[in-house]
Write a protein that binds this ligand. Structure first.
Ligand code: WT7
Length: 664
């Protein structure tokens, strides 16, 4: 937070704004009238947005807030998310439109029209039914970024099953926890995925997560809900097989009939669960509704990305394993009938121009990515994107963390050729859809600011007492009115939902972010105010990684902080105290550090691997025993250490400092 605020201070000395080009504004989906309409009657505004969906039974009530803070939107209507995302386009004569240009990392490609998707989702839905799945069952999806991931999600939605996608980069442990918490009946995975020219195995991690079944196991009773594992063949690598449990996707799906009547579900039927890091150790299974969620994502996708479905080629570079992929690859864009690029791989495989090659080849018009990627490209140098024809681009989006003005300007100039509006979109897994963003045909944007709430969304910045701050001041970001795509809760834990989001300020949704209103009232996001770190746009909690570290036999105590990092926004830095009596512990601190980094990777996943592990003799604590992470952050960011007067022993910081100067 400190560091981002610092960047913003610099910015407050300059007042550049970028107006939408007149030619863009003239054809934009959203004009300033959107704000006016939503301002006059918010609920009516959302009713009209919901009416753009295809409903089986129309709804009569817009919002029911009687069970606050759990909202119900459009609750007496019925619909199906897969029907909206796929069938409807075929029904209305758009079956020939390309839904996905899929690009595999090894260079394999597939073109899938909406009609092709229609066949696939129906076959997959029939396969799920034949495996015994029914409405309300949970399905864990652990797949690479391949078309089957989208098909699997939509097939679940089609039968009313609730998917829980687990990002392919998560470890066995994380997967086990998520399968178990949701009591998934089916796991859909692949033999492996492609990453930087390697085959990355997935199925063995599922096997390990489920092997904990049975007596004498390390995790008795865990994951016993799982009946089958459905396996997509992607890499062709050898895969162990559990007879009776494991089923190949091609065996189960390909021979199925391509006719399946969608399950018409009530608007409040849960569409999916998605786990995200909370401030305490265990990840929270956030769940979203069908009708309200779909309304929120389709509507924001139309107005923020200005989608013209007949002519645009839209590419969101996120993984479907994150909420960005759920909302802005699968449900929003497909409901709007978008033509998309879906790319399996990394930006530098096989070369650092890969993304720009894809933009050129498919004539991508709208690109949605994360600041960490932009900063990486800045580091690689502009001569790389300059080698490609990027003139098809007309709009650029950013999401995941605050975008620093330098990155914003670079993105606009080098990628957008100074002609594309840039939309910095603030939202969260919890909010389901974009909450704060410029409208590309309306807003004169400031580099680094997410600007204003989108029409229909009510947001404020408040002080410790929950009072709105004046322009020019900072505080906590809150949402002041319920919105259609808001989370409906934490799976199986209403109490945790209420206490995490609604107990900070009476009647206000607490986002966990700091924010500032500038003199014009525009919003600047300042990063998290809790123990949540943001590493490359991925959410991690300090406690989660500390738990993983202390689970290692060498570690007596651990403290983790998010330290500013030029490329990843924040980086994980861990301070550990080792047990001097531990068996086999290397004398060399570097060796200890690399073994512990590997341990964290196995426990949580590669994304949580600390950038730096420092072995220290003691940790700075208050007299009540609370670790003072603020001081450790000072050390990790090479700053003067701040106020140490509340430390139980003020010499601890000196010891840490001098220990570090000596090596490690
Ligand atoms: C947290 C939510 C939303 C999809 C990806 C992340 C940070 C997100 C921005 C932005 C500043 C941002 C916030 C938020 N964040 N977008 N445009 N500017 N910060 O979803 O994993 O639920 O993380 O990401 O801190 O609370 P998530």
């Amino acid at each position: 937070m400190v560091n981002v605020a610092h960047t913003l201070e610099n910015l407050h000395t300059e007042r550049r704004t970028f107006k939408p080009p007149a030619s863009f504004a003239a054809h934009a989906n959203a004009t300033s009238y959107e704000y006016k309409k939503a301002g006059v009657d918010r609920l009516e505004y959302w009713r009209e947005a919901a009416l753009r969906l295809s409903w089986k039974t129309p709804f009569t009530e817009i919002l029911d807030w009687s069970d606050a803070p759990v909202s119900r939107w459009f609750h007496d209507g019925t619909l199906n998310a897969c029907d909206n995302a796929v069938d409807r386009h075929v029904r209305e004569g758009r079956g020939d439109r390309v839904a996905f240009h899929f690009v595999g990392e090894p260079g394999d490609t597939q073109t899938l029209t909406y009609a092709d998707m229609h066949v696939r989702v129906q076959q997959a839905a029939n396969a799920l039914v034949s495996l015994g799945l029914t409405k309300g069952d949970r399905v864990a999806i652990y797949l690479p970024q391949i078309p089957e991931a989208v098909v699997a999600m939509l097939a679940c939605a089609r039968i009313g099953a609730i998917h829980s996608v687990v990002f392919g980069g998560f470890s066995t442990e994380s997967l086990r926890q998520r399968i178990d918490d949701a009591e998934a009946k089916l796991v859909i995975t692949a033999d492996g995925g492609n990453r930087r020219g390697q085959h990355l195995a997935l199925k063995p991690l599922v096997d390990e997560a489920l092997a904990s079944h049975g007596e004498g196991s390390a995790h008795p009773g865990v994951c016993e809900s799982v009946e089958h594992v459905l396996v997509v063949r992607r890499t062709g690598q050898d895969t162990a097989w559990v007879e009776g449990r494991d089923v190949w996707w091609h065996d189960a799906v390909d021979h199925q009939s391509a006719e399946h009547e969608p399950a018409w579900v009530e608007a409040e039927h849960p569409l999916f669960i998605l786990y995200t890091s909370g401030t305490t150790g265990t990840p929270k299974g956030l769940f979203h509704s069908t009708g309200g969620y779909l309304t929120g994502v389709a509507h924001t996708h139309r107005i923020v990305f200005d989608l013209k479905p007949e002519s645009d080629v839209y590419w969101c570079t996120a993984d479907v394993g994150w909420v960005t992929g759920h909302s802005y690859i699968v449900y929003g864009p497909m409901t709007n009938g978008a033509t998309q690029v879906l790319y399996e791989g990394t930006p530098n495989s096989p070369h650092e121009g890969r993304w720009w090659e894809i933009v050129e080849q498919y004539k991508v018009t709208i690109l949605y990515t994360a600041p960490t990627a932009i900063r990486t490209f800045m580091k690689w140098g502009e001569t790389i994107p300059n080698q490609y024809d990027l003139s098809s681009l007309r709009l650029l989006g950013s999401v995941g963390e605050p975008i620093n003005p330098e990155a914003w300007m670079w993105y606009r100039r080098v990628i957008g050729g100074d002609r594309c509006p840039v939309v910095d979109t603030w939202w969260q897994t919890e909010t389901g859809a974009i909450m704060i963003s410029p409208l590309p045909g309306v807003t004169a944007s400031k580099p680094g600011s997410a600007m204003t709430p989108v029409p229909g969304i009510s947001i404020d910045v408040v002080d410790d007492a929950g009072r709105p701050v004046a322009n020019g001041e900072g505080g906590y970001l809150v949402v002041t009115e319920p919105w259609p795509s808001m989370l409906r809760g934490i799976w199986g834990n209403r109490h945790r939902y209420v206490s995490t989001y609604w107990n900070h300020f009476d009647g206000l949704y607490f986002a966990g972010d700091g924010a500032k209103k500038d003199v014009d009232g525009d919003l600047w996001l300042l990063g998290r105010v809790d123990d949540v770190m943001n590493v490359s746009g991925h959410r991690l909690t300090t406690t989660e990684i500390e738990h993983a570290l202390v689970a290692h036999p060498w570690v007596a105590e651990a403290a983790v902080v998010g330290a500013a990092d030029e490329v990843t926004g924040q980086a994980v830095v861990a301070f550990v105290i080792v047990r001097s009596d531990a068996d086999g512990i290397p004398a060399d601190g570097d060796e200890v550090a690399s073994a512990l980094r590997e341990h964290v990777r196995r426990q949580i996943g590669a994304l949580a691997k600390p950038r730096t592990i420092l072995v220290v003799a003691e940790l700075p604590k208050t007299r009540s025993g609370k670790i003072m992470r603020r001081l450790l952050r000072d050390v990790a960011e090479h700053r003067e250490v701040g106020d140490v007067t509340t430390l139980a022993d003020s010499s601890v910081m000196d010891a840490i400092r001098s220990g570090l100067e000596g090596g490690a």
